[in-house]
Design a protein around this ligand. Sequence first.
Ligand SMILES: *Cc1c(COP(=O)(O)O)cnc(C)c1O
Length: 391
Amino acid sequence: MIFHSKRISQIPPYVFSSINKKKAELKKKGIDVIDLGIGDPDFSTPLHIVNKLKEELDNPANMKYPSYNGIPELRIAISEFYRRQYGVELDAETEVLILIGSKEGLAHLIPAMIDPGEVVLTPDPGYGVYRTAIQLANGVPFTMPLKKELDFKPELNAIPTTVLELAKLMLLNYPGNPTAATVDIAFFQKVVQFAKKYQIPVAHDFAYNMITFDNYEAPSILQAEGAKDIAVEFGSFSKTYNMTGWRIGYVVGNRSMIKALAVVKNNTDTGQFIPIQKAAAFALASEQSFISQNNAIYKERMMKVIELLNDIGIHAHVPRGSFFIWAEVPQGFTSFEFAETLLQEVGVVVTPGTAFGEGGEGYFRISLSVSIERLVEAGERLKSYYRTLSQ
Ligand SMILES: *Cc1c(COP(=O)(O)O)cnc(C)c1O
């Protein structure tokens, strides 16, 4: 017997499962597989943050249920970060909510915003959780294609008015996963004006806010005029502080949206362990120099990969943010065929663009959370494979 709801059968099978199976097979045969598919930093959590967690573990008062919206210390640290980094004022009481990772908050925001049959505007390609969370809430995803010609920004004016009338939420993500696209504040100004015109709340996923290169600083949507009237922004400790396994994030901005999300959460989870929240507050309030050091390493890897790809005629733009490269699949392959071929022929895992939606066709994603030696090795294998192709 198979036991599950109709909702579950709507969720497409995990796109990576066939690639993961193949990868396991090759490894069993003793092949040294290089995985460029992993979206998890290869750096450790800075020691001062780990030590803060250890210290907080010794306090018995920290073993209790946390307060529902998160400990005040962390909410205040986040509001101070927004003032310092973006010049945005937040009320730590009503405009900041602590999450068990931003993925948790993004997923729970959907049932907080929509009723069955209502539409959510979601980027394609985009982070997989958006679409599945919409489906689990019996909502209808309306995909906004992200195209190279528009620098992977959605064409808002192309969305039919009938869709806009049914839409109860718009999701955005810059610096973007998987496209590595970035925007300037002018884009968010436009989004906020558009959202207000059609009364569509906006949620901006800002997981890569601090992973930026050269002099680029990623803008917060809350810097746009009047954004707090209609938008929230999701932040995460995972990528900036190399804390993916800790499960700690936050959402800031529009009070009414945050209040609705809190209702879902208060009836689902009871917040994150207090010592983790204390360590996260400490992460924000202590020295940040390792962030630019990590970014310099990502940048060095990125330039190396772009060079290797260019050598074999694969085009990819140089990102200003995120730790991904979004590269074009060579002629003659679909995204999936290309990813399968690379794994089969040279033992290199890349993520096919279609793992992030139909709009990812024609692309593949490389993660820069791998050492430069391994990236170079992967590049060399690719080069020799290309040589055999052209013979
Ligand atoms: C990694 C990632 C997240 C999830 O972050 P957590 O805070 O670890 O849940 C959210 N959005 C995007 C686009 C990501 O890449």
